[in-house]
Design a protein around this ligand. Sequence first.
Ligand SMILES: [Mg+2]
Length: 209
Amino acid sequence: MIKFKEFIIKEQGEASITFVDIDDTLFNTFAKVIVKDKKTGKVLRKLSSGEFKDYKFKDDEEMDVSEFQDSKLFRNTSKAIPTMVKRINRLIKSIDRFGKGDRVVLLTARGKPNDLRVFRQTFRDWGINIDNIDNAHFVGGDTASNVVEGKAKVMRSYLDTGRFNKTMMFEDAEKNLKKFMSLKKEYPGVEFVPILVNSSGIPKLWKGK
Ligand SMILES: [Mg+2]
């Protein structure tokens, strides 16, 4: 008699799904988090993503992430990371060639861009074949934990289809890779490959826990 678990694995598809982050993974980007006075709405300061990581908001301050939805700013200031452009285009090409249902999707903590056309054009500007990337998910949470959970939710929605037996994640944020690897136990028939893109834009297999 065939065990239930073996049955699931046998029935699993043989396609791969690759999740690719945008900020500091595929592009170096320069949108800032705006700190505003809660009452007056006055802009108090702007934080780079590096500064934002350690910033403690005061009770009378609020966060404004609108720059991350500003497509013009994204197009005018972002710089694609060359190693990753090559890597993602190679992935997309192999999808075209073998067509066995492999997919590449963008998975970002950004909110939805205010102009999707301009946003997508930025990828073409830098030679990224976005027209063959079949989806983009804008998780857009307000807090760090929402972003991690938001990304996990999107990944589950793909993995739950049972069509994939391999998944990769390209990320610069280890907390997202950690979450990605924690999903492994939910999908025993799926191979999980975590790739960390370091600050020099070099993708390497992530060995963290
Ligand atoms: Mg990132």
